[in-house]
Design a protein around this ligand. Structure first.
Ligand code: G4P
Length: 534
């Protein structure tokens, strides 16, 4: 098969939801229906990553599970589907953002009783910024939930785009009769049970209205009426509009009962886009020039969107998760990390099959492969087998909270630095080294990040640390048009200057006014709340 036909049959998407909406359950059912797993219950380990730190630590101990389950590949209807999990906890939202840069579409799961919740809202924002097409699944229709018209209305408002219902529920809770497929004009009858297969559900054409009425009574008539209202008020289906992230198809169902799930899996194949072109910069005579990389381009190119410490704490192995952007990966091929120009010599290269990892035979654009390395690879790195490309767009957010690291045993300083450097490269936390010297600073977007880093420094690097509060509340990466302007600024604020893990200069601030004042004093300095890997 040619590169083009291989990439055309790939779908790479992320599942996004608020904790408890049913993401784990739905993921499991998608894996079940595609034949990737045989029995339900196999994905449960993932759940612990939400909620409390103790849960997180627990899963961290069994890191094998969290690594293997954050990316899953399956085949379905002659397509290769790559499903990426997004961390549920808000404190890891940065991680989530980066995962979303690696996908071509998203599946949003919402709890029909709760509608669009806070964590989903943040994720939607990210998808909107990137124009990522979104498929919506309204879950838990077997419970007493909200009126579906109400839910559609809320999704439209929150997403800022029209909804187009693809299925419509007949009743809910105890009265839940099933869903009407608007395209086939037939009703699939609900039956509870987590062992049902799609073919087990009875399908009755709407043309047999008398039969449906006899079985479902008023509930059926009410559903027809609200469906008519919904269709009248909703946008007409347009694949182009969906691909442009200007419309979301909406499906109803009950994940735990395997109901309405196949419709979603089919939608991923039929509606979601295959991998598309990606922006990068190419150095031509040392000058950066924009280059669009197409999935079917000959050369292999990929971008590291996640780095995770490997299972064995005694070996400093790390897995770099790479989203393939073009060409084909085959074992043994020579690749370079473009940031350093060094050859990448992974100890293993794996693909992620639900609960296990397998050696990669070949991978194409859209696929996610994991390179196990001893270092030398950072978040945002571009890996190619040829040209000095650098993909753009992997963001780092300016931290919103800071802590000072105090090492309890000063003899472990070297290990601490190594640990912080590696955790910084993984993106677990941002590490800032004050230009004026003194203790290292940790910057985070969520409190839990500090706890995780403290725990990992202890268990993986044998560094017992204390974290102390400090006066900083934010940071801005700074640039200037000339070196002289930058120097002048550095001289004015010597105690506020720090460098992050990528050696980028930042200005530490104690309040939002700080930045404003500094900006007024030095109008030629650029203050960046977001740093893109470059
Ligand atoms: P998450 O990954 O989004 O956090 O959610 P998860 O799938 O773990 O589901 C959260 C809870 O909602 C689970 O119950 C799950 O069984 C339930 N659930 C998921 N889909 C449906 C559905 O369609 N209908 C109903 N009624 N419940 C659903 P739990 O009590 O927290 O866990 P468990 O003991 O049932 O595993």
């Amino acid at each position: 098969m040619s590169y083009a036909s291989e990439t055309r049959r790939r779908r790479t998407f992320a599942i996004i939801s608020h904790p408890d909406a049913g993401k784990t359950t739905l993921t499991e059912k998608l894996l079940l229906f595609s034949g990737a797993i045989q029995i339900a219950g196999a994905v449960k380990g993932r759940k612990a990553s939400r909620h409390a730190t103790s849960d997180w630590m627990e899963i961290e101990k069994q890191r094998g599970i969290s690594v293997a389950s954050s990316v899953m590949q399956m085949s379905y209807r002659d397509h290769v589907i790559n499903l990426l999990d997004t961390p549920g906890h808000k404190d890891f939202s940065e991680d989530t953002y980066r995962v979303l840069t690696a996908v071509d579409s998203a599946l949003m799961v919402i709890d029909a009783a709760n509608g669009v919740e806070t964590q989903t809202r943040r994720l939607i924002e990210v998808c909107r910024q990137r124009d990522t097409p979104i498929i919506t699944f309204v879950n838990k229709m077997d419970r007493e939930v909200r009126d579906p018209l109400d839910i559609l209305d809320e999704v439209e408002r929150e997403l800022g785009m029209p909804c187009c219902p693809m299925t419509w529920p007949v009743g809910q809770g105890r009265q839940f009769g099933g869903i009407i497929d608007l395209r086939t004009q037939s009703m699939t009858v609900f039956q509870p049970g987590s062992d049902k297969r799609p073919e087990d559900f009875e399908v009755i054409p709407l043309a047999e209205a008398d039969k449906l009425r006899a079985r479902f009574g008023q509930t059926f008539d009410d559903a027809l009426e609200s469906m008519e209202l919904a269709v009248g008020a909703s946008a007409e289906w347009s694949h182009e509009q969906f691909l442009a992230a200007k419309l979301t198809p909406v499906f109803f169902g009950s994940g735990v009962n395997n109901f309405g799930v196949k419709e979603v899996l089919d939608a991923v194949v039929d509606m979601s886009p295959p991998p598309g072109p990606r922006k990068s910069t190419l150095l031509v005579n040392k000058q950066p020039v924009e280059k669009i990389v197409h999935p079917e381009d000959e050369g292999f190119a990929g971008v590291v969107f996640k780095v995770q410490a490997n299972m064995d704490a005694n070996h400093r192995d790390r897995i770099a998760f790479v989203r393939v952007a073009s060409g084909k990966y085959t074992p043994g091929m020579k690749m370079r990390v473009q940031r350093t120009g060094k050859e990448l010599r992974p100890t293993s290269v794996v693909t992620f099959m639900s609960q296990r990892r397998e050696a990669v035979e070949e991978a194409y654009a859209g696929d996610i492969i994991g390179f196990t390395t001893h270092g030398g690879v950072q978040l945002g790195d571009t890996i190619t087998d040829g040209p000095a490309l650098q993909f753009t767009g992997l963001p780092f957010f300016a931290p919103e909270m800071f802590m000072t690291v105090v090492l309890k045993n000063p003899l472990r300083t070297k290990q601490l630095h190594e640990g912080l450097m590696q955790l910084g490269e993984e993106g677990a936390i941002q590490v800032f080294k004050p230009e004026a010297g003194g203790n290292m600073l940790l910057g985070a977007v969520g409190q839990l990040q500090f706890e995780v880093v403290q725990h990992r420094l202890n268990t993986e690097y044998n560094c017992d640390i204390r974290l102390e509060g400090c006066q900083y509340t934010g940071a801005r990466w700074i640039t200037a048009d000339t070196a002289a302007q930058l120097r002048e600024f550095e001289n004015a604020y010597p105690m506020r200057m720090a460098r992050d893990a990528a050696d980028t200069l930042a200005y530490l601030c104690t309040s939002p006014y700080d930045v404003r004042l500094a900006q007024e004093r030095f109008p030629k300095i650029h203050f960046h709340p977001l740093r893109e890997h470059a």
